[in-house]
Structures are given as structure tokens and as C-alpha cells.
Design a protein around this ligand. Structure first.
Ligand code: PMP
Length: 394
């Protein structure tokens, strides 16, 4: 049974995670009450780390669209789009997403993870080079690894480090893809995209931006950080997910390049998996309509983000560098972080525990994400739960 021996170390890790009470990777929400509240271990708990930025998971129009799609189109597609056909609703969502970004081409994947794997494995190959921000999400990293391209990381949001990497490539920059996120998922800071676009133009590279956390959050129309920085038209590939602001599941890529249409033919994570179920596509499409029609959701989100950030800052906690709907509190050791995370849960506040190696810089964080659906009272309860732990947190 030598093959199974490796799980001994995994079991040891799992035991450590559960040493202080609840194992943070094994939380069960017995009942979801609203986008911001659930029952955990019999306790009413504020959900403070959902990525449900616009709070649309219970939006009546999105719920109705999902129900109607199940009734009219069934519960699932039962196959891949390449082999079993697309439903008209898949292609309609692709058209509308591209239209939303004011770009000609759009493609929908079954998850955000698959969107990154599927786009990157098709786009870069052995002999090509990828320059990836060191804080980029695992799905971007995994896509690059799977592609066989040469992969170099540059220091997070550091233009000089990126330019140094580009200079080292000499005349190979035309075969180079730069990858960043819009808003970064752990610290909530944003990429300096205008400067990155300037570099990619100067060196003749291409740029892919993952706006998973910035869709519906940044930009005048909610298109993300590239829109906010005025450079959306110069990004070569925008990828993102339906699992955050759009409150469902799935991923997308939009692009000004007609080659995106050819990615369908060579992208294994697109070809060899079932397409999203009709209810997911329908609720996502409705959420996109809501995102476009209700800018007030974004305003509420930002009011709430300011509320939580300023409240936690006033406690003297170490926060990320800028006000953002992602508010991460930096802590010392993994053990301290685990203990604080458990005490918050016992106080009825469910945050995300981020510990190395999954967190940047070797630090541990208690990560909160704010929703437009949080009430001011809920935000005050989150702040006061942190305040009760202040001596442990500092
Ligand atoms: N990109 C980023 C930046 C992410 O944070 C995530 C998920 N947290 C993904 C992609 C993957 O998206 P999904 O969970 O919808 O598959």
C-alpha cells in the first residue's frame, strides 16, 4: 500500500487544522439564511468571506431565471458543447458578455478555474514565455504550468521587476504573455494596469488580466480594474468568473482577438467537460443584467467596504494597502491565525483563514469580503468581534 503512504503527512496537516476547535477547511453551513447569514454549528453566523460582492445569490430575478430555466430546459446539459452541442443560452451569454466588455469575442467555461486553465493551455506553449505576478491565483499558475511555457514570476505589482524580466527576454518578448489580476483576491489591492499596458505595448508582449474579483466591483460600468484604469481596450484577454459578483458558477474569457474563437478547438478544459447547466447560465445572465442596470449595488458595496476597512483600521489592525471590498487582517503565526479564526467563528463571524503556502509573503491572514447585502449592523458586529480579539490580533 506504499501508494497510500503519502496521505500520512496530509492526515497530520488535517489534525493540526482541527487542533483549536473547528477545522477551517471543513465548515458546514447547515442552513443558508441570506447572502450574508447562515446557521453554523447551530449558531446564527454572519458570512464575512463569501465573495458575494453584489449580494445577488438571493436576488428574486436571478432565482426566478434559474427556476424557469430548469423547468424549460431541464437540470443539466449532460455533455460537452463540442460533442453534444451548445444550448442557445450558452451562446447568448457569450454574446452578451463580449458586448458588456465592448469586445467582439467571448467564451464561457464551466468554472473560473477551467477558464484560466482552458485559455492559458491554448494560448501559450513550450518555447513561449509567461511573466506572472507573484500574487496571482493558483488557477493562473496551474494553467501556465500545464501549458509547458517558460514561467517567471515578477514581484507583486512591481513595474521595475516586470520590466527587468522583459529586458532579460531580449527579442523573445513577442512570444511573451504577461498575467496579472485586476483586484487581487487575498489583499484586495489592485494592479497598476495602465503602467503594465504601457510596458506590454513597448515590448510587444500580450496581456491577460483576471478580473475574477473586480467584475461588478471596479470601473464606471463594473467591468473591472482595466475599465477603471482606462485601458480595457488594450488588454488582450480578460478572464473572470461567475462565482463572485454574479453569484453562480462558471468562467469566461473575452478578447479583441478573433483567435479566441479558435481556442474552443484546442482547449482541453473546454472540450472535455460538461457545459454549465441551464439554471446556472440563466441566473448568471440575469445577474449580468442586474449588474448593468443597478449601479447602486456597487455604490452600496463601496460604502460597506469603507465601513469595514475604517472600522478595523481604527482598531489598529494590520490591513491590506487600500480600501477594498476584500479586507485582510494580517496576523503572526499560523497557530495564532487559526486560534483567532476559531474565536471569531464562536462569536458568530465566519471569515476566510489564509495561511502559507496559500497566502502571499509567508503571512497568515483573516480575510473578509464585503457584500452590498451586508447591513451596517452586521458590519458593526464583525468589527466588534475583531475588537474583542484585539490583544490576540496585534
Ligand atoms: N481567478 C481568481 C483570481 C480567483 O480568485 C478564483 C477563485 N477564487 C478563480 C480564478 C477561480 O474561479 P472559480 O472558483 O469560479 O472556479
Amino acid at each position: 500500500m506504499a501508494l497510500l503512504d503519502k496521505f500520512a503527512s496530509t492526515a497530520a496537516i488535517r489534525d493540526q487544522l482541527g487542533a483549536d476547535g473547528q477545522d477551517p477547511t471543513d465548515v458546514v453551513i447547515d442552513q443558508i439564511i441570506s447572502p450574508t447569514e447562515g446557521l453554523v454549528g447551530g449558531r446564527h453566523t454572519i458570512l464575512a468571506g463569501t465573495n458575494n460582492y453584489l449580494g445577488l445569490t438571493f436576488d428574486p430575478a436571478c432565482v426566478e431565471a434559474g427556476k424557469k430555466a430548469i423547468e424549460e430546459q431541464g437540470t443539466g446539459t449532460t455533455g460537452s458543447r463540442m460533442a453534444n452541442g451548445s444550448f442557445a443560452t450558452h451562446t447568448a451569454l457569450e454574446r452578451d458578455l463580449a458586448n458588456f466588455f465592448q469586445l467582439p469575442y467571448g467564451m464561457v467555461f464551466s468554472t473560473g478555474y477551467a477558464a484560466n486553465l482552458g485559455t492559458l493551455t491554448a494560448l501559450v506553449k513550450t518555447g513561449d514565455t509567461v511573466l506572472l505576478d507573484s500574487h496571482c491565483h493558483a488557477s493562473l499558475y496551474d494553467g501556465c504550468q500545464m501549458s509547458g511555457a517558460n514561467l517567471f514570476r515578477f514581484r507583486h505589482n512591481d513595474i521595475k521587476s516586470l520590466e527587468k524580466r522583459l529586458q532579460l527576454l531580449g527579442d523573445k518578448t513577442e512570444n511573451c504573455l504577461l498575467i496579472t489580476e485586476g483586484m487581487y483576491s487575498v489583499l484586495g489591492d489592485t494592479a497598476p494596469l495602465a503602467k503594465i499596458v504601457e510596458l506590454k505595448n513597448r515590448y510587444g508582449a500580450l496581456l491577460l488580466v483576471d478580473e475574477a474579483h473586480s467584475l461588478g466591483v471596479y470601473g464606471e460600468c463594473g467591468r473591472g480594474v482595466a475599465e477603471a484604469e482606462g485601458v480595457l481596450g488594450e488588454v488582450d484577454f480578460v478572464v473572470g468568473t461567475f462565482s463572485k459578483s454574479l453569484g453562480a458558477m462558471g468562467g469566461f474569457c473575452v478578447s479583441p482577438h478573433p483567435e479566441l474563437e479558435l481556442i474552443r478547438y484546442v482547449s482541453r478544459p473546454f472540450i472535455f467537460t460538461a457545459s454549465s447547466s441551464p439554471s446556472i447560465i440563466a441566473s448568471t445572465h440575469e445577474a449580468l443584467r442586474q449588474l448593468r442596470a443597478r449601479p447602486e449595488l456597487r455604490e452600496t458595496l463601496w460604502r460597506n467596504a469603507n465601513h469595514l476597512y475604517e472600522g478595523l483600521k481604527a482598531l489598529g489592525l494590520h490591513l491590506g494597502p487600500q480600501v477594498s471590498p476584500v479586507v485582510a487582517v494580517r496576523l503572526g503565526t499560523k497557530e495564532e491565525a487559526l486560534s483567532c479564526w476559531n474565536r471569531l467563528l464562536e462569536a458568530g463571524v465566519y471569515t476566510n483563514l489564509m495561511i502559507p503556502p496559500a497566502s502571499p509573503g509567508g503571512f497568515s491572514y483573516l480575510r473578509c469580503s464585503v457584500s452590498a447585502a451586508h447591513t451596517p449592523e452586521q458590519l458593526e458586529r464583525i468589527i466588534s468581534a475583531f475588537a474583542d480579539l484585539k490583544t490576540q490580533l496585534l
